[in-house]
Design a protein around this ligand. Structure first.
Ligand code: SF4
Ligand code: SF4
Ligand code: SF4
Length: 312
């Protein structure tokens, strides 16, 4: 397509408005982590790739196998998250000393963009938002939950997620979004406090203790203790402590291998939700046209997509 000078000038004007909106992004306060937030710590140096967690996740969530026929047998062998896979173990490396297995599932972000972009409130953090169930008033786990009854299938959450987590049931007549909810359904909502969430199936079955369930603060302390106890073993940083505004699922990985080499995106400390929500509010403050808003949102989306690409 050929662009005229006028088109370029128009584009520059829109970009300028979007930049002004982006500058406004500092106005929205960052969301702090909840003291009672629940999450998981995955230590890739302990994982042996047995995939027992994958199988347990499917059983706990009543999801069918991704059948792959090989060597006369049929195996449940998903290579990525999909509409029947909420948890996947991926393999990185050449089988040598630096070979690593990585677990991927919803990160239960501290300030999740999937929640931010969902106009129906179909995604929310447990204990936050306007549509709280009674027991949630007491349970502030921060787990990102999904309510199919409120979802209209717009799939904005898929675009907004920097970790490429939410999947859509394309083959279902009444499709829904599929993602890990930290096995919240295994808990007892009649209990109070974070322990109303049971030990997730993946953590329960791991024979190596590579995935640990608990409060985020305790998991961070555990991760720091491991780093201090054996600094030569680990990448010196905990992924998720600040990345993308922080996540409730945290990663420790081996020394000499970057997070991006293991499929994790490179994210700023500011969450995408923090950025995009302030941008979306700016037009009402300054009377800027929706075109500028769309340009700004396109920027956010392309930023996420670029990061997703860098992380592969
Ligand atoms: S990883 Fe994606 S789906 Fe999960 S909470 Fe974060 S933004 Fe939402
Ligand atoms: S917490 Fe539950 S749903 Fe999430 S990955 Fe683990 S087993 Fe699967
Ligand atoms: S069960 Fe544990 S050791 Fe096995 S693949 Fe999952 S995280 Fe790794």
């Amino acid at each position: 397509m050929r662009l005229s000078r006028r088109d370029l000038l128009k584009g520059a004007a829109v970009a300028g408005a979007a930049t002004a909106l982006a500058a406004e992004a500092e106005a929205r306060e960052p969301v702090p982590g909840r003291p009672d937030a629940l999450g998981m710590l995955f230590d890739s140096t302990l994982c042996v790739g047995c995939r027992a967690c994958q199988t347990a996740c499917k059983a706990a969530n009543d999801l069918p196998a991704d059948a792959v026929a090989a060597g006369g047998g049929v195996y449940d062998a998903p290579s990525d998250l999909n509409a029947t896979t909420k948890n996947v173990i991926k393999s990185f490396g050449d089988g040598g000393a630096r070979h690593q297995y990585m677990k991927q599932q919803c990160m239960h972000c501290v300030d999740p963009s999937c929640v931010s972009v969902c106009m129906m409130g179909a995604l929310h953090k447990e204990g936050e938002g306007k549509r709280l169930l009674d027991f949630e008033q007491k349970n502030g786990s921060g787990v990102v939950l999904y309510d199919k009854g409120l979802c209209v299938g717009c799939r904005y959450c898929q675009i907004g997620c920097a970790f490429n987590v939410p999947k859509f049931e394309w083959n279902d007549a009444l499709p829904r979004i599929v993602k890990c909810e930290l096995c919240r359904h295994r808990g007892d909502p009649r209990k109070t406090g974070p322990l109303a969430v049971a030990n997730p199936a993946c953590c329960e079955v791991c024979p190596r203790g590579a995935i640990v369930f608990g409060r985020r603060e305790e998991l961070l302390a555990k991760a720091r203790a491991r780093l201090a106890g054996d600094p030569g073993r680990y990448n010196p940083r905990i992924f998720g402590e600040t990345d993308g505004g922080g996540t409730q699922v945290l990663y420790l990985t081996a020394a000499g291998v970057s997070f991006q080499d293991l499929g994790l995106p490179s994210l700023p400390e500011e969450s995408s939700a923090h950025f995009s929500e302030t941008v979306s509010h700016a037009p009402y403050l300054h009377g800027v046209t929706p075109v500028a808003l769309y340009a700004a949102m396109a920027f956010v989306i392309s930023r996420n997509k670029k990061k997703e690409g860098e992380g592969q």
